[in-house]
Design a protein around this ligand. Structure first.
Ligand SMILES: [Zn+2]
Length: 44
């Protein structure tokens, strides 16, 4: 799951799809935020 933040009205929307329209202002540009769950991956 990913969290998107609207750049226009700054509404936080939880969507997994990349194409998301803001239900408030209809803006299509979002900032992809990191999920609250922290993933720990060991990289070699
Ligand atoms: Zn918006």
């Amino acid at each position: 799951m990913a969290t998107f933040k609207c750049l226009k009205c700054r509404t936080v929307i939880d969507e997994t799809e990349e194409r998301v329209r803001c239900p408030f202002c209809g803006y299509r540009i979002f900032v992809k935020m990191r999920p609250t769950v922290i993933k720990r991956v060991q990289a070699r």
